[in-house]
Write a protein that binds this ligand. Structure first.
Ligand code: ADP
Length: 162
């Protein structure tokens, strides 16, 4: 069975992420989307909320599993009985970070392979941080994120928690 792990913060999941999941799930028997804690980013949503939003928005993909983890990615990937990580790539600015990360992971654990999927052009501008910024200033996020995410962000804005 070909298994791949797609790790990320997914704070929150966007239509750009969904596009990568849909395409990657056609290439593997099982795609495990794993929410992880990125210490460099201050999250808007808790891990539990991010898992919940990912679960609701991926109901149409039958061979996907949503999970969360903390700790070393290599260890997590091996625990899932695979050696494949899938990451999405947008502009050149993603490349530097992703390149370093993939090489570092490989240095620590040479068996692990990171596979990159190019974004679809209509999502190349889309990022979770862009969505949060847009929402914060009252911009329209319809069509950029799954409906459950849009609704959750609107609730947040009303409650002015963020
Ligand atoms: P991280 O904190 O690890 O960067 P993100 O949730 O921001 O997590 O992103 C997870 C993965 O999805 C990364 O590989 C990122 O490059 C990719 N990604 C994010 N937005 C898009 C998009 N619009 N198109 C393609 N890939 C994307």
């Amino acid at each position: 069975m070909r298994i791949a792990v797609c790790p990320g913060s997914f704070d929150p999941v966007t239509n750009g992420h969904l596009d990568i999941f849909e395409r990657a799930s056609n290439m593997y028997d099982l795609l495990i989307v794993a929410v992880f804690h990125n210490p460099n980013k201050k999250p808007m949503f808790t891990m539990e909320e991010r898992v919940e939003l990912l679960t609701s928005s991926t109901q149409h993909i039958s061979n996907i599993k949503i999970d969360s983890f903390s700790g070393l990615l290599n260890d997590y990937v091996r625990q899932q009985n695979t050696n494949i990580i899938v990451r999405g790539l947008r502009a050149l600015s993603d490349f530097e970070y992703e390149f370093q990360r993939a090489l570092l992971i490989k240095k620590v654990d040479p068996v692990i392979e990171t596979v990159f999927m190019m974004t679809s052009s209509e999502y190349s501008f889309l990022s979770s941080s862009g969505i949060k910024e847009l929402a914060k200033f009252g911009g329209k996020i319809k069509g950029l994120v799954p409906e459950c995410v849009e609704a959750r962000i609107k609730e947040r804005m009303k409650a002015s928690e963020y």
